[in-house]
Ligand binder design. Structure first.
Ligand SMILES: Cc1cc2nc3c(=O)[nH]c(=O)nc-3n(C[C@H](O)[C@H](O)[C@H](O)COP(=O)(O)OP(=O)(O)OC[C@H]3O[C@@H](n4cnc5c(N)ncnc54)[C@H](O)[C@@H]3O)c2cc1C
Ligand code: SF4
Length: 476
């Protein structure tokens, strides 16, 4: 066992595989905490009487208590405490932007380095997984039925919470595999599919049924869902439609949206090269347009699939990049190049294939409505560079398949579903949450919204059933 106490202000770093080794495969880059690391990191926690970290977690995990259990070496109680609020701890411990959530508001952040809350959550989840996940406890059946559309983090959270309260829940998922972006977007080297699979199995063990290959709005309508006997519907259809640049040459062969590129890699198993012959074209010189998490994932995936040089092209400077700092750092370590203050104005082609890009340099002006300094083109600064593959990763729009087919569902100009703070839409009995409401955001914000909606759906169902109003806290 590690010595307790230690240096309060020195955070335990997460072990990682060396760059030269990890760029040759899709195995996970971050290796997680050893027991010794976890004990030492948990020992730094001040166990504040009024912990500030908890309000920083959108799913309200009792962070102080679970870290307290890790300090005592009681890992079973730690994971049980986490699972009172979060059915997907192995996922959140890996991909949550903790630095702007729970860790940002940890008091030690002001004094030095915050507690590595995400890494400790991952440790507890991985510990449980290595020992065998105990059977989930379901609530007493209420005979009320809820349909959930979409099986991303929002859908899985709403479904899990409602099933735990005794409701009969069925998820309808358009694709052949559940998980949403967790399955078809985030690459294996950041979030192994086996973790996603196991945490989905846990949600299923709460009694949730998942029907794949069902597109609500095409295979069946929302009215037909109600006609099947469901008493309430939660929509978590995400923001899965790629944004484009709308510049000349964008339809050349070799120009992908990040969405298509990563989906091909993930769902058609290109990451298992050697075992699967996935139809995916990889150029020698690849440009990735954009600098969010999706761009970093696409760049690092292209590198692993055999590109010789990958350059991230971004219109602002590094300080404004929306990707997590950790992922920018990982990409740099792996040899990804960065061309900042640059925007492509057209793609150049030969025989129908992309062969280059014409770009223009930018300078930064005053902050725009996002708070970031606005990029302004520098006249006459056009230049060309050679590329034989481009991945456009400049953002996603809401998925319109369902929203376009439902009468009376209020949406914004961009196609986002408009809800109140509990996720209620303009149609009675229909809730929504996650990226389809906020636009592309984060796993944990989608889960937080789904949790609030699940509470409200439960109250609605209980009211409908004639039971007393009020939220009954879920029993783990
Ligand atoms: C490549 C990539 C990397 C990312 N990295 C991070 C990260 O590191 N950290 C982080 O916090 N966030 C990250 N994000 C963002 C995060 O994944 C999303 O914010 C989150 O997945 C949103 O969850 P959701 O449940 O709302 O939607 P989604 O995960 O998009 O799930 C929506 C589901 O609904 C299904 N669906 C859509 N329409 C229908 C229909 N009509 N009928 C039935 N099913 C339907 C879709 O197939 C999909 O499975 C990343 C996103 C991408 C694309
Ligand atoms: S789920 Fe995310 S925000 Fe909540 S405690 Fe875990 S890492 Fe922090």
């Amino acid at each position: 066992m590690a010595e307790r106490g230690g240096d309060r202000f020195k955070r335990k770093p997460m072990r990682k595989r060396p760059p030269h080794e990890r760029i040759r495969d899709f195995h996970e880059v971050a290796l997680g905490f050893t027991e010794e690391d976890a004990l030492a990191e948990a020992a730094r926690c001040l166990q504040c009487p009024n912990p500030t970290c908890i309000p920083g977690c959108p799913v309200e995990i009792d962070i102080k208590s679970f870290i307290g259990f890790i300090r005592e070496g009681d890992y079973e109680s730690a994971i049980r405490k986490i699972k009172e609020k979060n059915n997907l701890p192995g996922i959140c411990g890996r991909v949550c932007p903790q630095e702007v959530q729970c860790e940002e508001v940890c008091v030690l952040n002001r004094k030095g380095a915050p507690i590595a809350i995400g890494a400790l959550e991952r440790f507890a989840a991985d510990y449980e997984r290595s020992k065998g996940v105990p059977e989930a406890r379901r609530g007493e059946p209420t005979e009320m039925r809820v349909a959930v559309v979409g099986s991303g983090p929002a859908g899985l959270t709403a479904a899990g919470d409602l099933a735990r309260l005794g409701h009969e829940v069925t998820i309808f998922e358009a694709l052949h595999s559940p998980g949403g972006v967790l399955t078809y977007g985030i690459p294996e080297f950041r979030l192994p599919k086996s973790i996603v699979r196991d945490e989905i199995e846990y949600v299923k063990s709460l009694g949730v049924k998942i029907m794949t290959n069902v597109i609500v709005g095409r295979t069946i309508t929302l009215d037909e869902v109600f006609a099947m006997g469901f008493h309430a519907v939660f929509i978590g259809t995400g923001a899965g439609s790629p944004k484009f640049l709308y510049i000349p040459g964008e339809n050349l062969n070799g120009v992908y949206s990040a969405n298509e590129f990563l989906t091909r890699c993930n769902l058609m198993k290109a990451y298992l090269f050697g075992e699967y012959d996935t139809p995916i074209y990889i150029g020698r010189q690849v440009a990735v347009i954009g600098a969010g998490n999706v761009a970093m994932d696409a760049a690092r995936t292209a590198l692993r699939l055999g590109a010789e040089e990958v350059t991230v092209v971004y219109r602002r400077s590094e300080a404004e990049m929306p990707a997590r700092l950790e992922e920018i750092h990982n990409a740099r370590e792996e040899g990804i190049k960065f061309q900042t203050l640059t925007v492509p104005v057209r793609f150049l082609g030969e025989d129908g294939w992309v062969k280059g890009m014409e770009c223009i340099r930018m300078r930064l002006g005053e902050p725009d409505d996002t708070g970031r300094r606005k990029p302004i083109p520098v006249e006459g600064s056009n230049f060309q560079f050679e590329v034989d593959m481009v991945i456009v990763a400049i953002g996603q729009n809401p998925n319109p398949t369902l929203t376009r087919t439902v009468k009376g569902l209020n949406t914004s100009e961009e196609g986002l579903i408009i809800t109140d703070e509990n996720g209620r839409t303009s149609i009675p009995g229909v809730w929504a949450g996650g990226d389809i409401v906020t636009g592309e955001a984060t796993v944990i914000s989608a889960m937080g919204a789904a949790k609030r909606a699940a509470r409200d759906i439960h109250n609605y169902l209980m009211e409908k059933k004639g039971a007393a109003l009020g939220w009954i806290p879920p029993t783990p």
